[in-house]
Design a protein around this ligand. Structure first.
Ligand code: NI
Length: 234
């Protein structure tokens, strides 16, 4: 081998090395570029896709006229809510309860009678809860798992002895007090934020009208409506 030949082979080797470095370097930048592009495109999108969630809850029902009216409005909007049914009001309205279940709403218990539970004998309280659970299960085939004590009146002893999840509220619509659609809507919109549980009563027409108006307004603001079990999981 002459010196020239070795030199030429050396040059060739160096050129191949240089081309490799260029090629791999280029690839590296392409991959890195792509990753950065993915990251900058996805981040704001992911943020916008986490919806604000609220749960509408209705106590004291069902009502013969206003509850079906509410169910119609909810169905039209594809919205699911939670009902805390009171046994005394269920009798004779079993079809309404069946409809709630069939349309995907969550059915909870408000006990059989609207009484302040901490003022009663514990045995009476347990009977009232049990009676209502049996009644609901006889209609829907499911025992309610969630309990909203009337007036939110509850204590640690009851909490220990009742094997249900108690659900209170974070926004009080005061719908029963106002019995005025505009006032109820205003109160809810003022107080509602992400993750709230809104207390309402489906035994007034003004409450039904207010609930549907609130749904239309909050949906435009990016809220979605969930049942309380979905909210409590988070
Ligand atoms: Ni109540």
């Amino acid at each position: 081998m002459s010196w020239m030949k070795i030199k030429r082979q050396g040059m060739l080797f160096l050129m191949i090395m240089a081309m490799d470095i260029l090629l791999f370097g280029g690839l590296f930048f392409i991959v890195r570029d792509r990753e950065e592009t993915v990251r900058t495109v996805d981040q704001p999108k992911a943020k916008a896709m986490i919806p604000k969630q609220v749960a509408l809850t209705f106590d004291d029902g069902p009502h013969a006229d206003f509850t079906p009216m509410l169910l119609d409005g909810l169905k039209e909007r594809g919205v699911k809510v939670t009902f805390f049914l009171m046994g005394e009001n269920i009798e004779g309205k079993e079809e309404i309860v069946k409809r709630m279940e069939a349309e995907g709403h969550l059915i909870g218990s408000h006990s059989y009678k609207h009484q302040q539970m901490t003022k009663l004998q514990e045995g009476t309280v347990l009977d009232s809860i049990e009676k209502n659970s049996e009644l609901i299960a006889s209609i829907t085939g499911k025992y309610p798992l969630y309990l909203r004590p009337p007036y939110g009146d509850w204590n640690d002893t009851l909490e220990n002895d009742v094997n249900m999840t108690t659900v209170f509220w974070t926004v009080d619509s005061l719908d029963w007090k106002y019995q005025n659609t505009a006032k109820t809507v205003r109160k809810i919109l003022q107080d509602t934020d992400d993750g709230d549980i809104i207390l309402m009563h489906d035994i007034f027409k003004t409450s039904v009208d207010a609930a549907l108006e609130v749904i239309d307004t909050l949906e435009k603001e990016g809220y979605t409506f969930v049942t309380v079990d979905e909210l409590l999981i988070d």
